[in-house]
Design a protein around this ligand. Structure first.
Ligand code: NG6
Ligand code: CA
Length: 512
């Protein structure tokens, strides 16, 4: 009798346990690494058809993970895309989310929800090692003191960054708000308006240059490369351009080794293949495309080394990797580095129209894949997903309730367990916006040149509405706006429902 009762009791206990364990799936807390390229185009990876350069490590991970053919940055330039990635908020909601000078103040509010903050709340260790470009301080930064607020005030426990871009001053690394290797007797001064007396510039001292400027980029000279903005002092702290990739990679590897005991979120925004392209000499000539291709090969090598580190540390099975790029490609972005001359028949945008700065597809549609060994099955998806969605999706993964209105929870899509993606989204390029929905994209009329002559990229400006069906016309050659007024009206209405009507629309142009 007693035995029987004990048996039934035990059975009940296990049964209840089983039910309750199954009711709520325990959130998993893998390490999360976001690898974010700078200006890497849809067609710049060999898994998307590039043949004049090889990206074996990107290819292998993309093939073993989930590849997204319709993966998007929110914007065709850097700062707004990074803003959206980290905040889950459309960048056109934040007027300051434009390409920032190296002296610009931080544009993420310190009270704002961010991806690293959300993960920190869930017990993650958080770090950024790489390019920042979201502003620092509150204006008037003194680079010789603690530079704050910055990444550490918006959710990163650890930060090791380049402030803006590789072509902008200050050309120094900043670790947790302090300029690395700064000699207090040689303070740094930075100014974007005027030069410091006696300091050479790209404009006045071409004899000092090892790389020539094509447009812009003619202010202070660092390591023979003329930059945007003026800088004085800080000699010992200046970075070595050719060692930058190794430098960040070393930091990444050190971080992984010393933080593998607890879940970590590592944001690894590489500087390649943004200008100035300065691959380490050991990568010279490894592509057929000159420095731009070589820089991509270098970045691919970094990805391979990162993977080896995760394997060696025994955590590759417990690490979700997300790989993408902040905007589309550009060949000549202001320096004579032969990237356009040597490009040959390489298609940095693949079959897509436009490139960096463009409202056409290549501005925002970028390489995008997820990789998690043993967890994500190899696959490819045509569903639409934006980097904007990472905040809510990763919140789902780790069991956080945090969501933002713009960021859709698409975890299952990212893990290859569903093909449900976005129905629609607003894309942005240099403060202009367009709308995608299903197979369609609608670009409102915008004033301005059709082509930016300097960078040789079609921007998407037209005095008329543009409407393309991407399934039938991936190259955006057939403007259907005049032929399909009802579709156009439907797109415009849906666009304005999200965007409002303050998108710089040209009032004189009525829809019908
Ligand atoms: C532009 C720069 C370009 C690049 C870009 C930012 C000139 C003429 N051009 O203003 O070289 O730095 O800003 O690129 O200065 S991004 O990828 O960070 O958005
Ligand atoms: Ca960029």
């Amino acid at each position: 009798m007693i035995l029987k009762f004990e048996f039934t009791g035990l059975f009940l206990f296990f049964a209840l346990c089983f039910i309750s364990c199954n009711k709520k799936e325990t959130p998993t807390k893998p390490n999360i690494i976001i690898i974010y390229m700078d200006d890497l185009g849809y067609g710049d990876v060999s898994y998307n058809g590039a043949s004049k350069l090889q990206t074996p490590n990107m290819d292998a991970m993309a093939m073993a993970g989930m590849r997204f053919n319709n993966g998007y940055a929110t914007s065709a330039t850097c700062t707004p895309s990074r803003y959206a990635l980290l905040t889950g908020v459309y960048p056109w909601r934040e007027k300051r989310a434009k390409i920032l000078a190296g002296t610009a103040p931080l544009i993420i509010g310190t009270d704002q929800m961010t991806l690293p903050k959300m993960l920190k709340q869930e017990g993650y260790q958080t770090a950024i090692i790489g390019k920042w470009h979201l502003g620092l301080g509150n204006g008037n930064v003194n680079w010789n003191q603690l530079v704050s607020p910055g990444p550490n005030q918006v959710g990163f426990d650890y930060s090791y960054i380049l402030a803006a871009t590789q072509d902008r001053v200050p050309t120094v690394y900043i670790e947790d708000g302090k300029v690395v290797g700064l000699d207090p007797n040689d303070p740094i001064e930075v100014n974007y308006q005027k030069n410091f007396e006696g300091e050479p510039t790209g404009l006045e001292n071409p004899e000092l240059l090892t790389m020539n400027w094509h447009h812009g980029h003619n202010s202070s000279i660092v390591n023979g490369i003329p930059r945007i903005g003026f800088m004085k002092g800080g000699e010992a702290a200046k970075w070595s351009d050719i060692d930058m990739a190794d430098h960040f990679l070393n930091g990444i590897q050190k971080y992984i080794k010393s933080h593998k005991g607890k879940p970590f979120f590592l944001y690894y925004p590489m500087q390649q293949p943004h200008v100035p392209r300065t691959p380490h000499p050991r990568f010279e000539g490894l592509s057929e495309l000159g420095p731009r291709g070589d820089a991509i090969v270098e970045a691919d090598w970094c990805l391979g080394e990162l993977k080896k580190t995760l394997e060696a540390e025994g955590i590759i099975d417990n690490t979700l990797i997300i790989f993408s790029s902040d905007n589309g490609p550009v060949l000549n972005d202001g320096y004579y580095d032969d990237s356009d001359v040597k490009n040959g028949d390489h298609l940095p945008s693949g079959a897509l129209r436009g490139g960096k700065y463009s409202l056409f597809e290549a501005g925002t549609r970028v390489p995008f894949f997820t990789y998690w060994k043993g967890k994500i099955k190899p696959g490819v998806s045509d569903s639409m997903v934006s980097q904007l969605d990472l905040l809510s999706s990763l919140a789902q993964l780790v069991g956080s309730e945090v969501r933002t209105a713009d960021s859709l929870p698409l975890l299952e899509l990212l893990l290859g367990q569903s093909d449900e993606g976005r129905d629609e989204m607003v894309i942005e390029a240099t403060s202009r916006t367009a709308f995608k929905r299903g197979d369609w994209v609608m670009i409102p009329p915008y004033e301005g040149p059709a082509v930016n002559d300097k960078v040789q990229i079609e921007l998407g400006n037209d005095s008329n509405f543009q409407l393309y069906n991407l399934t039938e016309d991936i190259e955006q050659q057939n403007n259907l706006a005049a032929l399909k007024p009802d579709k156009l009206q439907e797109m415009l209405t849906a666009f304005e429902a999200v965007r409002g009507d303050d998108y710089g629309k040209i009032e004189k142009l009525e829809l019908k």
